[in-house]
Design a protein around this ligand. Structure first.
Ligand SMILES: [Zn+2]
Length: 324
């Protein structure tokens, strides 16, 4: 995890490393940034690092590190606001537990509040009081995706650690070091926000199926929209396991990426077929195809049949092709 943090969140890594090495750890941290930046995993790493005997960041292999990772460390409490609203009782419970003598040999107590913005007003006030009387052996790690929904007086009591989404440039640089072909490297870097997921996505069956169908459209639609439409109707989105929604969202995303590339008339993709096909579509067509992809994405909800949505998307695209 520390290597990943260093790679994906260099700013957070540096601030935390300095604090850990300088032994100047704060009483309260606030990790903030968009969803999918690995804040909770980083919070667990910080907890490990504060408890592990290893200097600086945690070793991540010792007994303490392992138990923290498994959330099985007696002097650590995690309350996850992404699963339920954080209530005043949750904060009181932490306070009560931490008033007792530490159970573990490290003598340190840590609590992590994930998605702290999902706390009730009462819980926020209780938390503020708790933060106002810091005990030397207690560290708070708060995590938020929406800083403006956290009491400013709470925010000001914490050391703020910014997390950012890896840029597409960072993700592409990473995916090119992975063992996968050019097309997967390009698409997976575009489809995920997290470098850990790039490798997993490239091996995901739903992604691979969606990619095959999207490439079917990309390679044949300009030439024979009717046949392409029939092929997709016959072969795609019949998944018995109920993954057709996921497949369709990848399919739509890949086409969106392709038409955007055509519109920009450039691509970071090094796949020969992809680049050759970019030359087969006119900018004018692509504007219309893109708008169809986007409006389809907006209509994509639980109530809509994926098969019908895919049909109507391709029929609308075919009307554009026929109009040329
Ligand atoms: Zn350790």
């Amino acid at each position: 995890m520390k290597e990943k943090l260093k790679r994906d969140q260099p700013v957070a890594y540096r601030i935390l490393e300095n604090a850990l090495l300088g032994k100047s750890a704060a009483h309260a941290y606030l990790f903030f940034g968009d969803k999918g930046c690995g804040k909770l995993k980083a919070a667990v790493l910080l907890a490990q690092s504060l408890l592990c005997e290893h200097e600086g960041f945690a070793c991540e292999t010792c007994d303490v590190c392992r138990r923290v990772e498994e959330n099985n460390f007696s002097d650590m409490i995690i309350v996850d606001g992404s699963e339920k609203t954080i209530k005043k009782e949750d904060i009181m419970h932490i306070q009560e537990e931490f008033n007792k003598t530490a159970l573990e040999a490290t003598g340190k107590k840590i609590y992590i509040l994930n998605r702290v913005e999902n706390a009730t007003a009462d819980a926020m006030n209780a938390l503020l009081k708790f933060l106002e009387e810091p005990a030397s052996d207690v560290t708070a790690i708060l995590i938020s995706e929406q800083l403006d929904k956290v009491l400013p007086t709470i925010v000001s009591r914490c050391q703020k650690i910014p997390f950012r989404k890896a840029s597409i440039k960072d993700r592409l640089a990473f995916s090119k070091t992975c063992d996968m072909d050019e097309l997967d490297a390009y698409l997976c870097a575009n489809l995920t926000a997290d470098s850990d997921e790039i490798m997993a996505l490239s091996e995901d069956e739903n992604y691979q199926d969606a990619k095959a169908w999207a490439m079917e459209v990309i390679e044949h639609f300009y030439d024979d929209p009717y046949m392409t439409l029939l092929t997709i109707q016959n072969q795609a989105f019949n998944d018995k396991k109920g993954n057709d929604r996921l497949q369709f969202s990848y399919f739509n995303e890949i086409l969106t990426i392709f038409f955007r590339n055509v519109l920009m008339q450039k691509s970071e993709c090094r796949d020969d077929t992809w680049n050759e096909m970019m030359g087969k579509y006119s900018k004018k067509q692509c504007i219309e195809y893109l708008s169809i992809c986007v409006s389809t994405k907006n209509r994509f909800s639980k109530s809509v049949s994926v098969k019908l949505l895919a049909d109507s998307m391709l029929i609308r695209m075919k009307e554009v092709a026929d109009g040329e």
